[in-house]
Design a protein around this ligand. Structure first.
Ligand code: GDP
Length: 297
């Protein structure tokens, strides 16, 4: 998998040099940290996040314990691994399951981020865990979005609730809850309208749906290819609507990694899932530690 291949290559190169050195001086560490800083900035990681990260690693890496150890280079890599893991949220953030079904998950995001596809993938993931999801077609502005969800539902053998394009999304969401209770669906996944940009109308609609169905999880779907823009979008949605976590899509592509590395630090919200392809099983829970390992090789 080509996760952040450019970033991974650069960091691995830097640490190879460190490991080959044997004994390290503070100047060696400083030089390595400069390279790490450049590599992270080139990967489109938020400037302040990079600064904090490098500062933390440097502080730990120049300690006597590290520099005087037998394998200081490995020590430094271990510190970077730990700090990268912590940067991405430490441990896996699972979705909240309501003790009283149904658990309601609302998916939000800009057009093209992969929201509808991710809804299908998430429903598929939950179905495989023995749950009975209901997908809800809440994007009434693009008839194609409803059709797309219905096609996904047929492929996955998962029911889709739609009232077409003439009923308000709030009313659709409300009726979907009744339907889920009547049918015994323990998970409700609401697809909402995506726009090209964040605007007041979109936010008002999302706030109204939120106030009506009280979702247990509001997950924002963002495209990792858009780097720091994805993080800025996340910050706006979080401030306006309040989100519980992110689904980061298209991590299988040629993405530089900035979104994955900055999102938690900037927004305070964890990445819960990552999209790893167009297929309906290409959704994985996000494990910060494994991601750090992939980056550091
Ligand atoms: P929406 O407008 O946010 O609902 O976006 P869609 O779900 O329609 O997805 C937009 C495009 O991105 C589609 O062509 C999807 O197949 C593609 N896509 C979504 N998630 C992923 C992913 O994780 N990897 C890749 N390679 N493509 C994805």
């Amino acid at each position: 998998m080509a996760v952040f291949s450019s970033l991974a290559d650069k960091l691995q190169e830097t640490f190879k040099k460190l490991k080959n050195k044997g004994k390290l001086t503070e100047a060696d560490v400083a030089e390595a940290m400069r390279e790490v800083r450049v590599a992270l900035l080139e990967a489109d990681v938020n400037f302040k996040v990079v600064k904090d990260f490098v500062g933390k690693v440097r502080e730990r890496a120049v300690g006597q314990e590290v520099l005087e150890s037998l394998t200081p280079g490995q020590h430094v890599v271990k510190i970077v691994h730990e700090e990268l893991t912590s940067l991405m949220g430490s441990s896996q953030s699972k979705i909240v399951i309501s003790p009283k079904p149904p658990t309601v998950i609302m998916l939000v995001g800009l057009q093209g981020a992969g929201k509808t596809t991710s809804g299908g993938k998430l429903a598929n993931y939950l179905k495989k865990q023995g749950r009975q999801p209901l997908m809800v077609a809440g994007d009434i502005y693009r008839p194609a979005a409803i059709k797309q969800l219905q096609v996904l539902g047929e492929q996955l053998q998962i029911p889709v609730f739609s009232l077409g394009t003439d009923v308000s999304p709030v009313e659709i969401a409300r009726q979907a809850m009744e339907k889920a209770s009547a049918q015994g669906n323990d998970m409700v996944i609401i697809d909402t309208a995506g726009r090209l940009h964040i605007n007041e109308e979109l936010m008002d609609e999302l706030k109204n749906i939120k106030a009506t169905v009280h979702p247990h999880e509001i997950l924002l779907v963002v495209d990792s290819m858009t780097g720091q823009d994805a993080v800025n979008v996340a910050e706006s949605f979080n401030q306006e609507l309040g989100i519980d976590g992110l689904i980061l899509t298209k991590l299988d592509g040629d993405t530089r990694g900035g979104a994955a590395l900055s999102a938690k630090a900037v927004t305070g919200k964890p990445i819960k899932f990552v999209g790893m392809g167009e297929k309906l099983d290409a959704l994985e829970p996000f494990y910060p530690e494994r991601m750090a390992s992939r980056i550091l090789g």
